[in-house]
Design a protein around this ligand. Structure first.
Ligand SMILES: Cc1cn([C@H]2C[C@H](O)[C@@H](COP(=O)(O)OP(=O)(O)O[C@H]3O[C@H](C)C(=O)[C@H](O)[C@H]3O)O2)c(=O)[nH]c1=O
Length: 159
């Protein structure tokens, strides 16, 4: 397992800062559009999770799934990604992104890229994900496509 990483862009990771359309009622952000997203990234489902202040989710990786994370608030997250993929042109690269209420952002994470995020705000934070694969497959009949590192005391992926 690769265990030394340097700051740098990770091949295939897309970070899209969202335009927030504000008016006296509040704001609106487009999250994704079929005419602006690669067909292979089109979502198969969506979920939303709430994370308490100071708490992290991940680091995880997927063998086949691409994640499309949306950080639009409430809350602020420190997102970290690592490229440990054999043969990747950016193997050894790591990225850190601050995202959430003040910086609405979509992060597209290709298969094999290790990723996770920590709520670095003062209150609970919401994140949604629109992955391109169904969780546990059709009818939830398949093994979950997920490699979890959070319980590895020697994990080279600190959140
Ligand atoms: C993702 C998912 C989870 N679940 C259930 C399974 C567990 O009973 C509970 C919590 O799931 P998990 O511990 O996997 O949640 P996280 O640790 O936040 O992981 C998620 O966020 C990290 C950053 C990831 O990258 C994973 O893709 C994603 O699983 O929700 C479902 O029922 N459907 C789903 O689509």
């Amino acid at each position: 397992m690769k265990d030394t990483f340097c700051d740098g862009d990770i091949s295939g990771v897309i970070v899209r800062r969202l335009a927030r359309h504000e008016d006296p009622r509040g704001w609106l952000c487009e999250v994704f559009r079929r005419d602006e997203i690669a067909p292979e990234h089109l979502p198969a489902m969506a979920y939303v999770s709430l994370t308490h202040p100071g708490v992290a989710r991940g680091p995880h990786a997927h063998r086949d799934q691409t994640d499309l994370f949306g950080f639009v608030g409430p809350g602020t997250f420190r997102v970290r990604l690592w490229d440990a993929r054999e043969g990747s042109p950016s193997r050894g690269a790591r990225m850190e992104i601050l995202a959430g209420e003040e910086a609405p952002t979509v992060v597209i994470v290709p298969p094999g890229v290790v990723h996770g995020y920590r709520n670095v705000g003062e209150g609970p934070g919401l994140v949604f994900n629109c992955p391109n694969r169904l969780y546990a497959g059709e009818g939830r009949r398949e093994p979950v496509d997920e490699i979890r590192y959070e319980d590895d005391p020697d994990s080279p992926f600190p959140l």
